[in-house]
Design a protein around this ligand. Structure first.
Ligand SMILES: Cc1cc2nc3c(=O)[nH]c(=O)nc-3n(C[C@H](O)[C@H](O)[C@H](O)COP(=O)(O)OP(=O)(O)OC[C@H]3O[C@@H](n4cnc5c(N)ncnc54)[C@H](O)[C@@H]3O)c2cc1C
Length: 424
């Protein structure tokens, strides 16, 4: 017979913080094994960065397919409670019996929203489209992106003109509630999985590479949106300021990475990501010159085959040498990339229409109300008993590795439900 204490432990769910591919996988695996899960995500939609990618390496398939399978599994599983626009405010207690206070921001749109779009048609205000990395704008009432899950609009109230109720008046279903307020909820949870992932390094901090000063210098994360059919240019990769098709593109690897002034570590995925992105360019521009400037081309394990095939099939020019400087030709707007070709022992300056900076991953480990052991780079090494970090908040990783890690974290978190205080 289980003791009253152990049976009450069994009822407490697992809390998963972060709804990217790691958090989604962890929540689904734990729930499909019979455990209740509460999944909290600070943005208005699930999927994290993967939702914004045009294609996945190594298979080059579109991420929405995989995400849709996962969101269907989530949707069909009554054991998973999903809270979006939600963050963890505090955590106290011990494994098997933690109290988590979760704060949710208002969406201002209720579940009765039918996605008819009458509200967006009348909305007078535009806000930067953050899903598209700020390229282009969208209405203050919007869906984060067309396939976003949950399929619901939200309002950026900070942008609404004083007293404006046009969207609420246009909604025939009464689905807009402009008086919604932030809410707090206290949950008893058995264990916590932190899957808060990463953000791209701020390319504006890398003075010598021209981001923010020269419009045709973009980041790898921006290029994903520029190539995506639901992106700001309908999937056509064009120069940002003049809309011209690029005839030459340079990928600058380790932009700010392996650099003690910025990120001293290697993010492990950027080389493979740039090779993948070179296929986007080649597909649209068969005649374009594509150069990759690199220190070492790091494509670990099985990704080496992908790299070798991609380089050969796409006529990529590889130059071993870190790009030291990007300048702009004031007449043409073209970019001048200066780098030393280490293998040839000479420095050169070459002209490109578009430069893509391969910026690294910054772990999202700060500001969490948990006593975590954080390494020198900001990644989570470990947490208190019953709290497990998983995916890119723990170390840089590609999707397959994040998924494996998430499954492991789900197993560890489940032990706290069945055995009380589990150990690492
Ligand atoms: C340019 C680029 C291209 C890439 N392309 C590929 C590829 O083609 N194939 C591949 O395998 N890998 C690729 N990767 C790696 C891939 O992005 C990661 O493996 C993946 O994003 C890891 O998922 P995650 O869930 O750990 O993190 P994330 O995707 O960052 O998700 C974390 C989630 O947690 C949420 N969150 C953050 N903080 C909080 C908080 N305090 N409270 C609640 N929620 C929070 C975030 O909003 C987000 O939804 C690429 C990486 C880069 C940089």
């Amino acid at each position: 017979m289980p003791s009253p204490e152990s049976s009450s432990r069994e009822r407490a769910p697992i809390l998963v913080v972060g709804g990217g591919i790691t958090g989604l996988t962890c929540a689904i695996e734990a729930a499909e094994a019979g455990n209740p899960v509460v999944l909290i995500e600070k943005s208005a939609y699930l999927g994290g960065h993967v939702a914004a990618f045009h294609r996945y390496f190594p298979k080059l398939c579109p991420p929405p397919c995989g995400l849709e399978i996962n969101t269907r599994r989530l949707h069909n599983n009554p054991k998973i409670e999903i809270l979006t626009l939600a963050e963890l405010e505090s955590l106290s207690g011990s494994p098997g019996n933690y109290q988590a206070v979760v704060r949710t921001a208002p969406r201002f749109v209720k579940e009765s929203c039918t996605l008819c779009g009458a509200c967006t048609a009348v909305c007078p205000t535009q806000v930067p489209d953050l899903f598209n990395c700020g390229i282009g704008k969208k209405k203050a009432i919007h869906r984060p992106y067309p396939m976003a899950f949950p399929l619901q609009f939200r309002i950026d109230r900070s942008a609404c003109p004083q007293g404006c109720r046009l969207c609420a008046d246009a909604c025939k279903f009464g689905a807009i509630d402009l008086d919604q307020r932030p809410a707090k909820k206290t949950l008893r949870v058995a264990s916590v999985v932190l899957a808060t992932g990463w953000e791209p390094y701020d390319a504006g901090k890398i003075d010598n590479l021209g981001f923010g000063r020269f419009p045709h210098v973009v980041t790898n994360v921006m290029l994903e949106r520029m190539a995506a059919p639901d992106g700001p240019t309908g999937g056509r990769i064009l120069r940002p300021s003049d809309g011209k098709p690029p005839r030459s593109v340079a990928f600058v690897q380790c932009a700010g990475s392996r650099d003690r002034n910025h990120l001293p570590y290697c993010s492990g995925v950027c080389c493979t990501a740039s090779l993948k992105q070179a296929t986007y360019i080649r597909e649209q521009y068969p005649e374009a010159t594509i150069t990759v400037f690199y220190i070492d081309l790091r494509t670990p394990g099985h990704l080496e085959d992908f790299a070798a095939k991609t380089v050969a099939a796409n006529q990529l020019e590889l130059i071993k040498g870190k790009a030291g400087k990007v300048e702009q030709d004031t007449e043409t707007g073209n970019l001048l990339v200066t780098a030393e070709d280490v293998l040839k022992g000479r420095k050169s300056t070459r002209e490109y229409d578009l430069v893509v900076l391969a910026v690294g991953m910054v772990p999202q480990s700060s500001g969490l109300p948990i006593n975590l052991l954080i390494d020198e780079f900001g990644f989570v090494s470990s947490g208190p008993p019953g709290v497990y970090a998983s995916g890119c908040v723990k170390r840089p990783a590609e999707v397959a590795a994040s998924i494996r890690d998430a499954t492991g974290a789900a197993l560890k978190a489940m032990r706290n439900r069945t055995n009380g205080a589990g150990h690492e």
